[in-house]
Ligand binder design. Structure first.
Ligand code: SF4
Ligand code: SF4
Ligand code: SF4
Length: 237
């Protein structure tokens, strides 16, 4: 892998992290270009200016942006309709630069200065409450745009680190829980009781129109009670 060439290509790419090129991020496309696996016409956000710079760097002929990847268009920003946001957090998970803040069942909002306009949060929203608005136009390859792209690159790198760290910590928590359960059989029994309580709770209310289902529920309750008894008594000696 030609690392320095990858870095030089990556420095030309706009760091929108939109995946329109068919790669998971700008760095992935830079690697494919450096390896000769990709052509220079795959990045709509980079526009003609970006394409010309790639052609010069890689000594390849200039060609139009591949229309199958979308059109070059003015930058946009995501805007959340906070009144309709249900706080599902799916947009946070979709955002490649962690530009959305919010918590479970709380309204979410976009940090405008960090939004690359990649639009990845739009299809993620189950209630369609994210819209786009025009962003302030920054001249292509200007100092300001370079600074913005560097910031987005850093934010995306941190995003990848954070996602990986969260996954690792979750796996460690689950492993610790499994070990605790293994070392303490009583804990496993207590957890089974808790699950049983949760499972039985909704069945305590049986609406009159579901009377024919009572027998089936009674059988299920009996099964669960028998299972709980088996757990309480532990394995046969
Ligand atoms: S801006 Fe989008 S299309 Fe261009 S390289 Fe980055 S991820 Fe690919
Ligand atoms: S807020 Fe939406 S449009 Fe903006 S960077 Fe995040 S995912 Fe992309
Ligand atoms: S995906 Fe939509 S509803 Fe869910 S938190 Fe984001 S903006 Fe709110």
């Amino acid at each position: 892998m030609q690392v320095s060439l990858v870095a030089r290509i990556d420095a030309i790419l706009p760091q929108t992290q939109c995946t329109h090129c068919g790669y998971p991020d700008c760095h992935g496309y830079a690697e494919a270009l450096a390896d000769g696996r990709a052509d220079i016409d795959q990045c709509p956000p980079g526009g003609d200016a970006g394409l010309v710079m790639l052609a010069q760097l890689l000594q390849r002929p200039i060609k139009p942006i591949n229309p199958a990847n979308g059109q070059h268009k003015p930058r946009v920003l995501a805007l959340i309709d906070e009144l309709h946001c249900i706080g599902c957090t799916l947009c946070i998970q979709a955002c490649p630069v962690d530009a959305i803040v919010g918590a479970v069942k709380q309204m979410h909002t976009v940090i405008e200065a960090e939004c690359t306009g990649c639009e990845l949060c739009l299809p993620a929203c189950p209630v369609d409450c994210i819209d786009l608005k025009p962003a302030v136009v920054v001249p292509t390859q200007s100092v300001q745009q370079q600074a913005e792209a560097s910031r987005w690159r850093r934010r995306h790198q941190f995003h990848l680190f954070r996602v990986d760290r969260d996954k690792r910590e979750r796996a460690e928590r689950l492993a610790a829980k499994a070990l605790a359960k293994k070392n303490d059989p009583q804990l496993a029994v207590k957890e089974s009781y808790a699950k049983l309580d949760t499972a039985l709770a909704p069945q305590a209310i049986i609406p009159s129109e579901t009377v024919p289902a009572v027998d089936a529920k009674a059988v299920r309750i009996a099964e669960m009670m028998a299972r709980a008894k088996r757990l309480r008594e532990g394995p046969a000696p």
